[in-house]
Design a protein around this ligand. Structure first.
Ligand code: 1GP
Length: 255
């Protein structure tokens, strides 16, 4: 029986207590550096590879996806900044609406442009409510999307957005501090959001140590996304440490 990527990921969370998603950005790194990382990620314990960028500059994105898919032993999921990044060859796509913003282009317009492509390429769509959270500096995604983030102290506001997303049938809520954020999403906010909803919460942006990742999982995140930390040359050991931090039940049962 075919198991969807979404089901595989959520079953993993039930079994392991959380999940680790490695984000690669073909715009910000050389494919020759990204591919070895992607090859190692599955064996090191990553649950999936996210591929995306907030603004596509000059990479040959379709070719990058083909090569990343070939190199990966875990699902490859598009994490698009716009409909122009909907590309064949991936296993799934975070089909996102920027629900923290009030810019119709990112609430519905990019989705209308991307949907027929997702269908014709046969990619699994994972409906995702994407929320920008204030992170101490002005991020690319704020600039590109022309939206303002939810203030870090307003956990109740974030939770209301997440609840609305769940009632709209969205399957995943992504709390985003922004790539390379100075401050990650506050643990208090993760707890306030995750305690209000039954769908999984993804947390990303500014997470640079396994300890930070573990804190997000303990606060209630189902998945942690790490990107920038692995843009500098790294080791499989470092990937393992993040994977262990995001899989608290797996670590316990292995001891
Ligand atoms: C960005 O949430 C992701 O969209 C990951 O952020 O690059 O800071 O790890 P970092």
């Amino acid at each position: 029986m075919h198991t969807s990527v979404y089901d595989k990921l959520t079953l993993g969370v039930m079994k392991n207590g959380g999940g680790f998603l490695l984000l690669v950005d073909p715009d910000r790194g050389m494919l020759s550096d990204i591919l070895p990382l992607v090859e190692e990620a599955g064996a090191a314990g990553a649950d999936a590879i996210l591929v995306g960028t907030s603004f596509l500059f000059n990479s040959d994105f379709p070719e990058a996806i083909r090569q990343i898919k070939r190199a990966s032993t875990v699902p490859v999921i598009l994490f698009p900044g716009s409909a122009s990044q909907v590309t064949p060859g991936a296993d799934a796509i975070l089909f996102m609406s920027l629900i923290s913003g009030r810019n119709p282009a990112y609430l519905i317009d990019e989705q209308v442009r991307g949907a027929p492509l997702v269908k014709s390429y046969g990619i699994e769509a994972i409906p995702t409510g994407y929320m920008l959270i204030e992170s101490g500096s002005y991020t690319s995604v704020e600039f590109v999307s022309n939206t303002r983030p939810i203030p870090r102290s307003k956990g109740d506001l974030a939770a209301a957005h997440a609840l609305a997303a769940e009632y709209l049938g969205i399957k995943l809520v992504y709390l985003e501090a922004g790539s390379g954020a100075r401050l990650a999403v506050p643990e208090k906010m993760i707890t306030e959001v995750s305690s209000q909803i039954t769908i999984p919460v993804v947390v990303g942006g500014g997470i640079v140590t396994p300890e930070d990742a573990a804190k997000s999982i303990n606060a209630g995140a189902s998945f942690v996304v790490v990107g920038t930390r692995f843009e500098a040359p790294s080791s499989q050991q470092r990937l393992r440490e993040f994977a262990e931090a995001c899989h608290p039940l797996l670590v316990k049962s292995a001891n």
